[in-house]
Write a protein that binds this ligand. Structure first.
Ligand code: DUC
Ligand code: ZN
Ligand code: ZN
Length: 483
């Protein structure tokens, strides 16, 4: 099966140019450049030979590599519930938003990595887009240390550690340092959740003892300085172990300052932010429906939003993930999903105690439409940066490039035909997350995916869903790049 996408404007992480793309089977077989719209591409290439191909006219449209979301939590048990998108519904929402690859975090629930990873494979059997896994390293001893390299055989080259969640997920600094030396020697990468677990626990105990139960206390007990200090500490650790580190969900302006400081000194530290840290502040937690915005780390201030945008604009940060981990706002009321009623306990679990509110937000489908409108169209990042942060850089850092994140001959034909002029009042109807709210409800969006291909297969055609559970492939990853 051949498909020729004609007359579109291709946007990659570094270039913008007019070209035709030929898809044969699951991969891109040729790019026929007609007019260079940016520096770097010179000669016109010969027209693509595409007899018997179905032809799609992309005149006036943009053609992008499918989004790669390096940070999702599907079907994640939390408190007395579970994140409400599973590895099918979340993938479908991702695809409608132009994302064709996701990397989810495996909980270290069993004694061995193998059993924990197997459990995640069983959950993800219904995948509708391509996916891979990171491993949460939430316990550590000599046996676990010895087993870390075995993760590479499972196609997992990344480990997430936490400097918070004492007694549950946190590793002490000594264990993180040891893990870093092992990952360094094995071509792997440590990702870090940066907050100060000791300070958080003390503040939470005090807040509850003083009778503070409302959502804003979630942010008040997780201070920004804890994230800043932990980011610098982990950058220092990266330098001392001579191992790369990737800081997830950067949310404070000061963290970006620390990242810049370390990178300017040659430290191999990279940073990810998420849409929620660009658009919202802790004031949102003070609204009557404030629980909708509860996630960890929390949202901060407008100054922080602005500093993170600046870090994207000047290239201090490397990626934008979502940390997608949705819950219902009111899990006592069902919603309709694919013709069936679905009801999953959600944020109401914490109505009398902010520590019982499940942490996390819906975002996987929102990332590209929202960042196109409020990032690219607003002049905060370029279209090429948009592709770099949302697709190419995550693919490079996480060992998927150039199979993913690229419009190159030989790459998987994960392609988004993007209508830059499609205007919608955005919300749950567009995002398709399996939950009862969207943080961007009512926002004016200009620019949406029109068609989405996964390995050459059309899975989203306008409003139509053509994907199927089980069609997503697990991606075994190799060593990534340090950007
Ligand atoms: N943060 C959240 O808010 N939810 C899931 C995991 C995480 O790191
Ligand atoms: Zn985290
Ligand atoms: Zn997360």
């Amino acid at each position: 099966m051949k498909t020729l996408i004609k007359n579109g404007t291709l946007i990659t992480a570094s270039e913008t140019f007019q070209a035709d793309i030929l898809i044969e089977g699951e991969t891109i077989s040729g790019i026929g450049t007609s007019t260079s719209l940016s520096a770097g591409l010179e000669a016109e290439s010969p027209p693509l030979l595409a007899d018997s191909a179905q032809v799609i006219d992309a005149s006036g449209k943009l053609v992008l590599p499918g989004g790669v979301d390096p940070h999702t939590h599907f079907d994640l048990p939390m408190f007395d519930t579970v994140s409400s998108d599973d590895h099918y519904t979340g993938h479908k929402a991702a695809a409608f938003g132009g994302t064709t690859t996701v990397i989810d975090f495996v909980s270290f629930d069993f004694d061995t990595f193998e059993e924990s990873v197997d459990a995640w494979h069983r959950k993800a059997g219904k995948a509708a887009i391509d996916y891979s896994f990171h491993m949460n390293l939430t316990k550590f001893n000599d046996r676990i240390a010895r087993e870390i390299p075995s993760l590479r055989d499972m196609g997992i080259t990344t480990l997430k550690v936490f400097t918070a969640y004492n007694g549950r997920l946190r590793l002490d600094d000594g264990s993180i340092f040891k893990a870093l030396r092992i990952t360094r020697d094995n071509g792997m990468l440590v990702m870090v959740h940066c907050e100060n677990g000791d300070v958080i626990d003390t503040l939470v105990t005090d807040a509850l003892a003083s009778g503070h139960t409302t959502p804003e206390w979630h942010a008040l007990t997780r201070p920004a300085w804890g994230a800043v200090e932990a980011t610098l500490r982990m950058a220092a650790m990266s330098s001392q172990a001579d191992a790369p580190v990737y800081i997830v969900h950067m949310n404070v302006g000061g963290e970006v300052d620390m990242l810049k400081y370390a990178r300017e000194r040659g430290v191999k530290v990279m940073g990810e932010t998420c849409p929620q840290y660009l658009f919202f502040t802790m004031d949102h937690l003070r609204r009557p429906d404030g629980a909708k915005w509860i996630c960890s780390p929390p949202m901060r201030t407008e100054k922080d939003n602005a500093r993170i945008w600046e870090g994207l604009h000047d290239g201090t940060l490397q990626t934008i993930g979502t940390d997608h981990c949705p819950f219902f706002f009111d899990g006592t009321k069902p919603i309709m999903y694919e013709g069936k009623e679905v009801k999953i306990p959600g944020k109401e679990l914490g109505k009398d105690d902010f520590t019982r509110i499940p942490n996390g937000l819906p975002a996987v489908g929102d990332r590209l439409p929202i960042l196109w409108t409020y990032g690219v169209r607003a002049g905060k990042i370029t279209a090429n940066q948009f592709v770099a942060y949302n697709s190419t850089n995550p693919a490079k850092i996480f060992g998927l490039y150039p199979r993913k994140g690229a419009l190159l001959p030989g790459s998987d034909a994960d392609i988004v035909i993007w209508d830059p002029e499609k205007r919608v009042k955005y919300g749950t109807a567009h995002s398709r997350h399996r939950t009862d709210y969207n943080l961007f409800e009512g926002w004016d969006v200009a620019g949406m995916p029109e068609k989405v291909f996964l390995r050459g297969e059309l899975i989203v055609d306008g409003e139509k869903w053509l994907g199927k559970p089980g069609e997503g492939k697990f991606l075994k990853r190799s060593e990534g790049e340090v950007l």
